[in-house]
Design a protein around this ligand. Structure first.
Ligand code: PBG
Length: 333
C-alpha cells in the first residue's frame, strides 16, 4: 500500500467539507426537525387570558381559551405535541393535592377542550401532586413529614386515570416515586385505557434549574425543604440507568431525562443503553438562561435555541420538551 506523505501540505483538510453552506448541509449528521418538538405550556384556571411568568420572559400562563389557541397554533406550525403544566388557584390546594384527582378539575377540562378543538395533536400531562399541594411537594407527607412513597402512588394512579379518561395521550409521571409506573400501567389496563402512553421522567435530578417553573406553577414559595429524597443526586450516572431500566420493565413507553443541557451525558447514556424512545426536557432554568442573556444582548437567541435543541438530538434524544417550541418551529419553517 502506497501512502502519499507530504510535509508541505495536509492530505486531510477537514475544512474542505465546511467551505460552503451546501456541503455543510449535505454532510450534517444530526438534523433537528419540527417533529422533534413538544411544546411545554403553563395553563392557569383563572379568567385572565395570559399572565406573564416573571422568571420566564416570553412565557405566559394561559387560561383555557388561550390554551386551545396555542394548540391550534401548534397544529398550524407542525408541532406534534403539547406538555401541560397547571397553575391552580391556591384556594384549591391542600396537603393531599386532592384537586389533582378531580375528574372535573381544570386539567381534565383543558385536555377535553384541546382534544375537541384539535383532535390530532398529542397531549402529554405531568403526573405529580406539586401544583396541587400546600407544601409544594410531588407527593403526600407522612406523620414525620417525609414523602410517603406508597400513599403517593395511590394518588398518582387516580390522577393518571382522571387524565386518561379526559383524553390525554401520554401520562408523564414526574414525581420519582418507586414503583409508580407499574401501578399506573396496571390501572390503565384494567380501566380499558390500553392506548394511553406512559412517558416516565426516569432520570430526574434534584436541580437548581427548576426555579422558574416553580414560580410559574406557584409551588416555589410553598415548597418546604427540598426534593432530594426523591429526585436524583447530580453526581450519579449508574443510578439513572437503573431508574430507567426499572421504568421500562414496569411498562413505560418512553423515558425522559431532566434537566437537559447540564445532563447531556445522561441523555447519551440512556439513549444508547436502551432501545426505548428517549425524550429530554429543556427546562425552565435553561429557558431563562438563554432568554435573559439574549435580552441583555449577550447572545443571539434564535441561534442559541437551534444550537441547544440540536445538541439534544446529537446526544441521542428522540424528542425535546421545550418552552421554545413555537419559536423553534417558526425558525425551522
Ligand atoms: C415536578 C416538576 C418539575 C418540573 C415539572 N414538574 C420539577 C420540580 O418542581 O421539582 C420542572 C419543569 C421545568 O423546570 O421547566 N413535578
Amino acid at each position: 500500500m502506497t501512502q502519499i506523505v507530504s510535509s508541505e501540505f495536509p492530505m486531510t483538510r477537514m475544512r474542505r467539507n465546511r467551505q460552503a453552506d451546501w456541503v455543510r448541509r449535505v454532510t450534517r449528521e444530526t438534523v433537528l426537525t419540527k417533529g422533534d418538538l413538544v411544546w411545554a405550556l403553563i395553563v392557569h384556571d383563572g379568567e385572565t387570558p395570559r399572565i406573564p411568568v416573571e422568571a420566564m420572559p416570553g412565557v405566559d400562563r394561559l387560561n383555557l381559551d388561550e390554551a386551545v389557541k396555542a394548540a391550534e397554533r401548534a397544529k398550524a406550525l407542525g408541532i406534534p405535541a403539547l406538555a401541560l403544566f397547571p397553575h391552580i388557584d391556591p384556594s384549591k390546594k391542600d396537603a393531599e393535592g386532592s384537586e389533582a384527582l378531580n375528574p372535573d378539575g381544570f386539567v381534565p377540562q383543558v385536555i377535553r377542550a384541546i382534544k375537541r378543538a384539535v383532535p390530532d395533536i398529542g397531549i402529554m400531562c405531568d403526573v405529580a401532586l406539586d401544583p396541587f399541594t400546600t407544601h409544594g411537594h410531588d407527593g403526600v407527607l407522612n406523620a414525620k413529614d417525609q414523602i410517603d412513597n406508597d400513599e403517593t402512588i395511590k394518588r398518582l394512579v387516580e390522577q393518571s386515570l382522571v387524565q386518561a379518561k379526559a383524553g390525554v395521550d401520554v401520562v408523564a409521571p414526574s414525581d420519582m416515586m418507586d414503583g409508580r409506573i407499574a401501578a399506573i400501567r396496571k390501572a390503565l389496563e384494567s380501566h380499558g385505557c390500553t392506548n394511553t402512553m406512559i412517558m416516565s421522567y426516569s432520570a430526574k435530578y434534584a436541580s437548581a434549574f427548576y426555579g422558574p417553573y416553580r414560580e410559574a406553577v406557584g409551588s416555589g414559595e410553598l415548597l418546604k425543604g427540598d426534593k432530594k429524597t426523591y429526585q436524583m443526586d447530580y453526581g450519579n450516572t449508574d443510578e439513572a440507568l437503573r431508574e430507567t431500566a426499572l421504568d421500562i420493565q414496569e411498562g413505560a413507553d418512553m423515558v425522559m431525562v431532566k434537566p437537559g443541557l447540564p445532563y447531556l451525558d445522561i441523555v447519551y447514556r440512556v439513549s444508547s443503553t436502551f432501545n426505548v424512545p428517549t425524550l429530554v426536557f429543556q427546562i425552565s432554568g435553561e429557558y431563562a438562561q438563554i432568554k435573559l442573556a439574549a435580552q441583555a444582548g449577550w447572545l443571539d437567541e434564535d441561534k442559541a435555541i437551534l444550537e441547544t435543541l440540536s445538541a439534544f438530538k446529537r446526544a441521542g434524544a428522540d424528542g425535546i420538551v421545550t418552552y421554545f417550541a413555537e419559536q423553534a418551529a417558526e425558525l425551522l419553517s
